[in-house]
Ligand binder design. Sequence first.
Ligand SMILES: NC(=O)c1ccc[n+]([C@@H]2O[C@H](COP(=O)([O-])OP(=O)(O)OC[C@H]3O[C@@H](n4cnc5c(N)ncnc54)[C@H](OP(=O)(O)O)[C@@H]3O)[C@@H](O)[C@H]2O)c1
Length: 333
Amino acid sequence: MAEPSSSPRVLVLGATSLVGSHFVVYGGSGPVLVAGRQDPRRRGFPVEGFTRVDLGDEEAVRKLVRTTEATAVVNFVARTDVDGCESERPRRGDRPAHPDRGSAWVLNSELPRWLAEESASRDLFLLHLSTDFVFDGKAGPYSEEEPPSPLGPGLGWYGYTKGVGESPVAGLARKGKAAIVRISYPYRSGFEGKLDLARGLLMRLASGTLLPMYTDQEITPTWVPDVTDTLSALLVARRGGIYHVASPTVTTPYGFAEALIEEIGVGKGDLTGARLQDVQDPHRAPRPLHGGLRLHNVRRLGVRPTDYREGIRKLVAELGATPRRAGFPASPP
Ligand SMILES: NC(=O)c1ccc[n+]([C@@H]2O[C@H](COP(=O)([O-])OP(=O)(O)OC[C@H]3O[C@@H](n4cnc5c(N)ncnc54)[C@H](OP(=O)(O)O)[C@@H]3O)[C@@H](O)[C@H]2O)c1
């Protein structure tokens, strides 16, 4: 087995993602190679090499991992559009008959299995990102030991496919050869792509289009730099297992919005509440009601998880948010 190294060469999949792009730019674990559809060097990301691959193509993924010069693989790739995933839920059974390469089944369930099999055959260390949505929200926040929920009406197709994808990685994690890092509602500054919970709120505040926020949904939002720190620590120590990275205190979307509004110093005038339990939209995926993550293992890595109120303070400071400009800069800092 390879010895822990202070600077492993890492193959990153999903370098353009909300979470992965932070790791690629700020992670301190060693040189980074990237594979995917877009060359991140065009955005000025500090990467050593790029291989263009459709990561929904099994043969291409297996070949990539078999031939990489990296000693570790970090997988941020997923189909993350929760309601889009729900539209792929099979009417019968627990897997689709003919899933396409961009489907939740292929990207969230199959890709992690290909990576686990190929990484194991070459003794590469595998890090895989997952979510509190693998739990159905009946009894959160959830600890690292709890298994993903079975498919049922309370669990969305996104969460189910992510739970299926965890299984082969968990097998390696038990042997110390892989780690699963679960996160919950990640938020950060300095990202040009999709909006997260915090920047979505800031944009809606600025445009006066704030939606009612759930007062009964329990969440533990993840400050993305904590994920980067956790992954870097795991890579350097080559330490396997399951790690939850999230706010150590639970909040609700309403509570998060309230704290954000307070931090930027605008009135709470437009903020209204709604109950997730009252929402019955058959086109939307179910959200875990009592969701969120309980943290234990991450502290052993020396990472101090950021409370959501502290994360909001950092975010607002980084964005330079003001009451006048409700924190949504034209270009990221
Ligand atoms: N966002 C959340 O609320 C959330 C919450 C909990 C956990 N997570 C987990 O955290 C991880 C990262 O999530 P994220 O929100 O940061 O992801 P994201 O921003 O939605 O990005 C998804 C990534 O997957 C890549 N990808 C998708 N299909 C691909 C294909 N066929 N070939 C190559 N690349 C492909 C995308 O590349 P392109 O740029 O080429 O499209 C992109 O880099 C995932 O495991 C997710 O399940 C996310």
